[in-house]
Design a protein around this ligand. Structure first.
Ligand code: MN
Ligand code: MN
Length: 480
């Protein structure tokens, strides 16, 4: 018997198999996992747009003693090791960091996620009347399967900005007493033609019109009574008119709060896990970082990832680089571009984004041995891309080895996984944008079921292990 056991353990040390984290997690750690996920559910319920995710993050950061770096930039007040600051970009993208003991040139430890999520945006001239209803024209944002967004309760979140700068914030559909909105679908009885179309063609993007209201204004002589009544309500309740849609950002998101899922409550069903789940785990890790880290620990919560990271608030912009320049200036006696470049080049980064979980219902789309599995921990993805790894920022074996060292030492339950079967599709993250600086970067995040659907499903243990991994990464002194 003893011999057989020894043989088995020798084989186990030679062979690699990721393991279900519930088989080894201690009761004390399970409690920490539960506590962390409770806080995540609270955050996610309040952070349903990139603006809300940004504002909620600042609230948490300020409560933990972080201050706006803009003040230091203005006054020139230097930042010493241990200083905690954040920097905002247009109320959507956010950087937060704790200054480390080593100088800027030594590099930073960055964990970067994104806070925008697939959704349905309202167009700039959206309001029209059709068949005795007031309707809003929409333009979807990010990669959605359009049919999934029909018939479900939708909430309207966003802002109107007046020419004088006055901002009117809208959130309709989240309070139990609020009305919700809906885009309709065709009844199956009459769907003979629709059924013949492919899944991708059955619901054209242009047909995603929202019913805003259906009561006419009482005035008999009024033209477009239904549209006019909607405008009257918007004016009375929010002080906005049709012109104000021109300078508005209104987003339709699935209404309602995140819910625990499963008889054992081991999962969370919610809108917007991609990528608020990694974003929150990163933020929470930064907030829980005790003392002064060896290397400056930074969290990036980015906008526009779902549409290619373009624009001023996307990671293809200079926001990150400019922020790094300000940090160098505020943490050193003199500023030089060479020092900036060295600091960026010497940085390490976890691109904190989600991956697809192996789904037995669609097993054919995955290669199980190289897919993320539910409850097998945070997923490290060496490369993304599609076809022949096209578009991927392939992390080096050397950096993967460092991640193994950090995660294994900290007792992080983790796995490796690529997105689906070869030639089945693919995806990308912000990793390649950061890798341009020469920094070491690898994708590392939570696996999801039903990614980009109105409701995505994630496992609590995987979420907690992402947090634990990010924290260990921030604390790491690079083995010295
Ligand atoms: Mn993502
Ligand atoms: Mn995505």
């Amino acid at each position: 018997m003893k011999k057989a056991k020894a043989k088995a353990s020798k084989a186990a040390s030679l062979a690699y198999n990721s393991k279900n984290g519930y088989e080894s997690i201690s009761p004390a750690e399970l409690k920490r996992c539960e506590d962390m996920n409770k806080l995540y559910i609270q955050y996610l319920g309040k952070a349903k747009t990139e603006r809300e995710a940004h504002d909620e993050a600042i609230e948490l950061l300020e409560a933990a003693g972080y201050t706006d770096m803009a003040l230091n930039e203005k006054t020139g007040q230097k930042l010493n090791p241990g200083a905690k600051v954040y920097r905002s970009c247009e109320g959507k993208t956010l950087m937060a960091c704790v200054i480390g003991r080593r100088p800027f040139e030594a590099g930073m430890h960055i964990v970067g996620g994104h806070t925008d999520a697939p959704r349905i945006d309202i167009k700039q001239n959206p309001l029209f009347e059709n068949s005795e209803m007031a309707m809003l024209d929409t333009h979807y944002y990010g990669g959605i399967k359009k049919y999934q967004w029909l018939t479900i309760p939708l909430a309207l979140h966003g802002v109107f900005v007046k020419p004088d700068g006055k901002k009117i914030t809208i959130k309709i559909g989240e309070d139990a007493a609020d009305p919700v909105f809906c885009i309709t679908d065709l009844l199956p009885h009459l769907a003979a033609d629709q059924y013949k179309k492919t899944l991708g063609e059955a619901v054209p993007g242009d047909s995603l019109d929202l019913i805003l209201s259906s009561m006419p204004v009482a005035d008999k002589d009024q033209k477009e009574k239904y549209k006019y009544n909607a405008l009257k309500m918007l004016a009375q309740r929010y002080g906005v008119n049709e012109h104000d849609f021109l300078s508005a950002e209104l987003e339709l998101v699935p209404a309602g709060m995140p819910r625990e899922a499963g008889l054992d409550r081991s999962m969370i069903l919610a809108y917007g896990h991609d990528d608020r789940v990694c974003s929150y785990a990163a933020l929470k890790a930064l907030l829980d970082l005790e003392g002064t880290p060896e290397y400056t620990s930074m969290v990036l919560l980015c906008d526009k990832e779902e549409i290619g990271s373009m624009g001023a608030t996307g990671m293809a912009s200079f926001f990150f680089e400019n922020t790094a320049a300000e940090l160098l200036n505020l943490t050193s006696a003199s500023y030089s571009e060479l020092a900036l470049k060295r600091g960026l080049n010497n940085s390490w980064m976890l691109s904190a984004d989600v991956n697809g979980l192996f789904d037995p219902l669609f097993a054919g789309a995955f290669e199980k041995r190289n897919s993320a599995l539910l409850n097998h921990g945070v997923c490290v993805t060496k490369f993304t891309g599609s076809r022949g790894k096209s578009g991927s920022s392939d992390a080096s074996a050397e950096f993967m080895a460092q991640i193994r060292r950090i995660f294994d030492k900290a007792g992080v339950v983790w796995q490796t996984g690529e997105l689906g079967k070869v030639d089945q599709g693919g995806g990308g993250t912000i990793a390649y944008l950061m890798a341009r600086y020469g920094m070491k970067v690898v994708d590392c995040g939570v696996g999801l079921f039903s990614m980009h659907a109105p409701m995505e499903l994630a496992g609590k243990l995987d979420i907690y292990m992402a947090y634990k991994g990010y924290l260990a990464f921030m604390k790491d002194g690079r083995g010295k």
